[in-house]
Write a protein that binds this ligand. Structure first.
Ligand SMILES: [Fe+2]
Length: 146
């Protein structure tokens, strides 16, 4: 998937073109590079390889949050086969988007965390996207309607 990538922090812009400033690190437009394969895509969506199953996020929406009334929870894990979380090979970040607009980044460290993340959303409708970054295998995406 060809997308604009921030050369400072690795953020991927899902909309067309580069943003004026990176919503993650604030870098200006000229730090964005149009990048082929900015997000990896499965060769055959019906027949994922083990590598693809480890990296493509699985998204779960829970409309009854136990913390905040009326809140919608989004849970994400990598992936259908659990991705390793070791110093040499791990999921470094998960970026979340609503209607292709960046809303949050989770930074993960390998020693104590699972390859997973969670958001508590005010939004009750829209298209959610999650992009995870593996230090060895790049960026992967999943999308889900709220
Ligand atoms: Fe990986």
């Amino acid at each position: 998937m060809e997308k604009y990538l921030c050369s400072i922090c690795g953020y991927v812009e899902l909309k067309d073109g580069a943003p004026d400033n990176c919503p993650v690190c604030g870098a200006p437009k000229n730090k964005f590079k149009e990048t082929e394969n900015a997000i990896k895509e499965p060769e055959d969506k019906e027949n994922l390889t083990d590598l693809e199953k480890k990296h493509i996020p699985l998204m779960f929406v829970n409309k009854s949050c136990s913390l905040i009334e009326g809140c919608v929870d989004l849970h994400v894990k990598m992936g259908a086969i659990l991705h390793p979380m070791e110093k040499a090979h791990y999921i470094t970040t998960i970026d979340f988007y609503l209607n292709k607009e960046f809303i949050s980044r989770s930074h993960l460290t390998p020693e104590n965390l699972q390859p997973a993340g969670c958001l508590h959303l005010k939004a009750t409708e829209g298209e959610l996207s999650a992009v995870d970054h593996c230090n060895l295998h790049g960026n992967w995406i999943a999308e889900k309607e709220l």
